[in-house]
Write a protein that binds this ligand. Structure first.
Ligand code: PLP
Length: 437
C-alpha cells in the first residue's frame, strides 16, 4: 500500500476537500498564499526523513552531505534576496524566529517597545498570552487616532520615557510603508536595539516595492509563507554581522562571538532540535522563485490589486483604516457602513459565500478581539491565481452585496455561486491531483 488513498482514505478525503475549498473560494486572508508545485514537491519530499541537528559542515549526524547542500543554497539565496550578510533558515515558524531574536538580545524582564496589538501588532510583540508578553516588559506604541498611521513622535516620546532594551517594529495588520530609518534614529537616541519583523510585507520589500529595514535594523525576521509565497516557516537575517555586545566569548579561543553565531546557537541547540530539512529545501525553492523577475511583476500586482480593492470598497462607503494601502492588505472598519455588522458576523457570513477573510480589531476598537469591528483583507493569494484590477472591482461588489444583506440567505447563496464561477477561471497552483482516481 503506498498511495495515500490506499493507505489512509480518511486523511486523503480531507486533503481533497481542502484542495477543493482552496480552488472554489476567494482567499482574502492577508497572511495566506498558494505555493508553487515545485515548493510543494520539495516540502513533501524524502528530506523529511533526515535528522540534521547543527548547521552545514557541523552536524551531529552522518549522511548530511545533501541536506548541507540544500541548506547552503537556501541561506545563499535568502542573503541575496535581502542583501544580507547572514541568514538562518531553520526557524520552524515566524514565532520561532522571533523567539531566537529575543533570547539572543534580551534578558527576562527587559523593556521592549512593540506595536499595540489592536493597532496591527503581532502576538509575539508582547501579547500577555504569548511568551513575549510573559518574559519581557512590553510597552505598546500605536497609530495616531486621526491619520491612523504610526505616530513616530509618540514612538520617540515613549522610547525616551521607557528606555527600552529593544524596539520591535513590524505588524500583522498595518497597511502603510514603515520608515525604518526613523525607527533606527529613535533606537539610537535611547541606546536600544532595533528588531524588524517583516513577516507580512517581506515579498514586497525583497523586490524593492517598500523600504527595507535590513540596512537599519540590528536584526530582521520574516515568515516565508506570506507575501514570500514559500513554505510555512521562519527566517532570521542580519544586514551586517557584528561582534556581540554582551561579552560572549568562544570557549576555547576566547574570541568575541559574532551576532550570527549567537543567533545560530539560539535556534539550535537553544530552542529547536532537528531542522525540518524538507521545509528548508522548500524555502530554497521559494527563494529562487523570489529572485526571478517574474516575482517582481507578481509583487507589484499584489499592491495594484490591494489599492484597487481598497478604492472599490471606499467607493461603496467602507472606511479603510488610514484611508488606503501601500502594501498587500487593508483593514476595513465596518462601523462606517452599518452600526450593526461586527467583524465576527462579517467573517462568518462571507465564509458561507466562499469568501474567506478574518475578523480583525481596528485601532481604538470598542469591541472585544473575539468580536471586533473590522475585517482584514489581503491580495497575495488571489494575485497568485492571476486575478487583476478588473476582478478587484467585482470582488468588492460581491463583498458589499453580502455585507449589505447579511441576513438574506438568497443573496449569500447567489454570491457563493458567483464566487465559484469567478474562481473557476483562475486555477490554484498545485491544488489539483488530490481527488481519488
Ligand atoms: N510576525 C508577524 C508580524 C506575523 O504576522 C506573524 C504571523 O502571522 C508572525 C510573526 C508569526 O508567524 P508564525 O505564524 O509562522 O509563527
Amino acid at each position: 500500500i503506498d498511495t495515500i488513498w490506499q493507505n489512509d482514505p480518511d486523511v486523503a478525503r480531507i486533503l481533497a476537500s481542502e484542495a477543493r475549498r482552496q480552488r472554489d473560494g476567494l482567499e482574502l486572508i492577508a497572511s495566506e498564499n498558494y505555493v508553487s508545485r515545485a515548493v510543494l514537491e520539495a516540502q513533501g519530499s524524502v528530506l523529511t526523513n533526515k535528522y540534521a541537528e547543527g548547521y552545514p559542515g557541523n552536524r551531529y549526524y552522518g549522511g548530511c552531505e545533501f541536506v548541507d547542500e540544500v541548506e547552503n543554497l537556501a541561506r545563499d539565496r535568502a542573503r541575496e534576496l535581502f542583501g544580507a550578510a547572514y541568514a538562518n533558515v531553520q526557524p520552524h515558524s515566524g514565532t520561532q524566529a522571533n523567539m531566537a531574536v529575543y533570547f539572543t538580545f534580551l534578558k527576562p524582564g527587559d523593556t521592549v517597545l512593540g506595536m499595540n496589538l489592536s493597532h496591527g501588532g503581532h502576538l509575539t510583540h508582547g501579547s500577555p498570552v504569548n511568551f513575549s508578553g510573559q518574559l519581557y516588559r512590553f510597552v505598546a506604541y500605536g497609530v495616531d487616532p486621526h491619520t491612523e498611521m504610526i505616530d513616530y513622535e509618540e514612538v520617540e516620546a515613549i522610547a525616551r520615557r521607557e528606555n527600552p532594551r529593544m524596539i520591535t517594529v513590524g505588524a500583522s495588520a498595518y497597511s502603510r510603508a514603515i520608515d525604518f530609518s526613523r525607527f533606527r534614529q529613535i533606537a539610537d537616541a535611547v541606546g536600544a536595539y532595533l528588531f524588524a519583523d517583516i513577516a507580512h510585507p517581506a515579498g514586497l520589500i525583497a523586490k524593492g516595492l517598500l523600504p527595507s529595514p535590513v540596512p537599519y535594523a540590528h536584526v530582521t525576521t520574516t515568515t516565508t509563507h506570506k507575501t514570500l509565497r514559500g513554505p510555512r516557516g521562519g527566517l532570521i537575517i542580519l544586514g551586517e554581522d557584528f561582534e556581540n555586545p554582551f561579552g560572549q566569548k568562544a570557549a576555547k579561543s576566547g574570541r568575541t562571538l559574532m551576532m550570527s553565531e549567537l543567533l545560530d546557537k539560539a535556534v539550535v541547540p537553544g530552542m529547536q532540535g532537528g531542522p525540518l530539512m524538507h521545509a528548508v529545501s522548500a524555502k530554497a525553492v521559494g527563494f529562487r522563485e523570489n529572485l526571478q523577475p517574474a516575482f517582481a511583476d507578481y509583487a507589484a500586482q499584489i499592491i495594484r490589486n490591494a489599492q484597487a480593492l481598497a478604492g472599490a470598497l471606499l467607493a461603496r462607503g467602507y472606511h479603510i483604516i488610514s484611508g488606503g494601502t501601500d502594501n498587500h492588505l487593508m483593514l476595513v472598519d465596518l462601523r462606517s457602513k452599518s452600526k450593526s455588522i461586527t467583524g465576527k458576523a462579517a467573517q462568518e457570513t462571507l465564509d458561507r459565500a466562499h469568501i474567506t477573510l478574518n475578523k480583525n480589531s481596528v485601532p481604538f476598537d470598542d469591541k472585544s478581539p473575539l468580536i471586533t469591528s473590522g475585517v482584514r483583507i489581503g491580495t497575495p493569494a488571489i494575485t497568485t491565481r492571476g486575478m487583476g484590477v478588473a476582478e478587484m472591482e467585482r470582488i468588492a461588489g460581491l463583498i458589499d452585496q453580502v455585507l449589505s444583506n447579511i441576513e438574506d440567505e438568497a443573496t449569500i447563496k447567489r454570491v457563493g455561486e458567483e464566487v465559484k464561477a469567478l474562481c473557476a477561471a483562475f486555477p490554484v497552483p498545485g491544488a489539483d491531483g488530490y481527488d481519488q482516481d
